[in-house]
Write a protein that binds this ligand. Structure first.
Ligand SMILES: *Cc1c(COP(=O)(O)O)cnc(C)c1O
Length: 401
């Protein structure tokens, strides 16, 4: 069989469950912001495996850390300590509000852990979690129940009980939903899947205030916004508040599956031996990758560079919004998670724009049914941003609106 996109697509279609709508390509190689498919076509990747490959594909330092660890120790049970997992936890604690860390393999898993921790640490009868309309917290049953978008619930009911959804950005409405059984408020500081929707700093501080007033835990899902994406290591660091529990995953291992739940010593005390666990969580190879990711992100000019490139890219996108007012109303986001907000007429063409960009060799996606989302690797250059924006300009110019 020939090594072509087409052949891999056909073989895949015969054997995969059809839960993904895939593009007809088999990706073969990645380097920095570039991906190459099996037919040898190149793509400029502004999706990064959905905000995962923050240091670009196959970053040499991460690859070296993976290879070194893979030839030393790949897996042991969490009944034992390992060097990479300990180092990673130390780095997360040293660079956040947290004192304690639990590791798992994905965003959904660390959000599950956060939900379980909120419940067990709040005691009998306190189980209610209020999340926000438009949120996304994962695909397991509890995290899908926490997700405030009915389309993710359909067909999977009954969902675990105890979840309710407050309207986006309305502090009074959320306060009115708090009951005797509420134990936590869970939210993304900026909704990613929901369409790159930042919440006002004032609103988020209001959530902190409500949690303090009613004795609730504030859970920040930073699975997408964490690890440098917004221009600080964690988004909460720009908001003048501190959550009680925070989850990170996506970019933590630059592509190796790892997630972490962070919290304070006091709250963490509820998870005693036997209450929660993960076979693979904090696996030595994934942890070693994450340690190398954090070392790079903590270098002096890395995060300021993200903020600077975010402004540069944001200005260029605003230029497109100004140039095509019938398609786009503006730009929103923070750091290098940016969205071009589409008009009613533009929304009709959202998927079309993504497809045309794909045909031109540029990867991006359409989020929340309203926004063109851009999450390039944080190592993207201004030159790559210019190339991408030029292709997007050409694409928008070709729309019949
Ligand atoms: C992607 C995402 C998740 C789910 O992460 P998985 O690794 O796919 O389980 C949860 N929360 C947010 C905010 C996300 O963006």
């Amino acid at each position: 069989m020939e090594n072509t996109n087409n052949n891999w697509q056909q073989r895949g279609n015969r054997v995969f469950i059809g839960n993904y709508a895939r593009y007809p390509v088999a990706m073969e190689k990645g380097e920095g912001c570039k991906l190459i498919d099996t037919d040898g076509r190149e793509y400029l990747d502004f999706l990064s495996g959905i905000a995962v490959c923050a240091l670009g594909h196959c970053h040499p330092a991460v690859t070296e850390a993976i290879c070194t660890q893979a030839s030393t120790l790949v897996h042991v049970s969490n009944l034992y300590y390992t060097k990479p997992q300990t180092e990673l936890a130390e780095m997360l604690v040293a660079n956040s509000f947290a004192d304690k860390v639990f590791m798992a393999n994905s965003g959904a898993e660390v959000n599950e852990a956060a939900i379980k921790l909120a419940r067990i640490s709040s005691g009998e009868g306190k189980y209610g979690i209020i999340s926000l309309a438009g949120s996304f917290h994962g695909r397991t049953l509890a995290t899908v129940a926490a997700t405030g978008q009915p389309k993710f619930h359909a067909g999977f009911e009954p969902l675990p009980a105890g979840f309710s959804y407050a309207p986006f950005g309305d502090i009074a409405a959320l306060e009115a939903m708090i009951t005797e059984s509420t134990c936590a408020i869970m939210c993304e500081p900026l909704q990613g899947e929901g369409g790159v929707r930042p919440l006002e700093q004032e609103y988020l501080q209001g959530l902190r205030g409500l949690c303090d007033k009613y004795g609730l835990l504030l859970i920040f899902d930073e699975v997408q916004t964490g690890m440098g994406r917004t221009g600080t290591l964690f988004a909460y660091q720009q908001l003048g508040l501190v959550p009680d529990i925070m989850t990170v995953a996506k970019a933590l291992g630059n592509g190796l599956p790892i997630g972490a739940m962070l919290t304070t010593e006091k709250i963490a005390a509820a998870l005693v031996p036997g209450t929660h666990a993960s076979t693979f969580g904090g696996n030595p190879v994934a942890s070693a990758a994450a340690v190398s990711v954090m070392k790079i992100m903590l270098e002096d000019d890395f995060l300021p560079g993200v903020r600077e490139k975010g402004r540069y890219f944001g200005d260029k996108l605003q230029g497109l919004a100004d140039k095509y007012p019938s398609v786009a109303t503006g730009v929103r986001g923070l750091g290098l998670i940016l969205g071009l907000v589409l008009t009613e007429a533009g929304i009709e063409h959202g998927t079309g724009v993504v497809n045309t960009m794909f045909e031109k060799g540029y990867l991006m996606n359409f989020a929340g049914g309203t926004v063109l989302r851009f999450v390039p690797p944080l190592v993207v250059t201004e030159l790559e941003i210019d190339r991408f924006v030029a292709a997007l300009d050409e694409t928008l110019a070709g729309l019949p609106v």
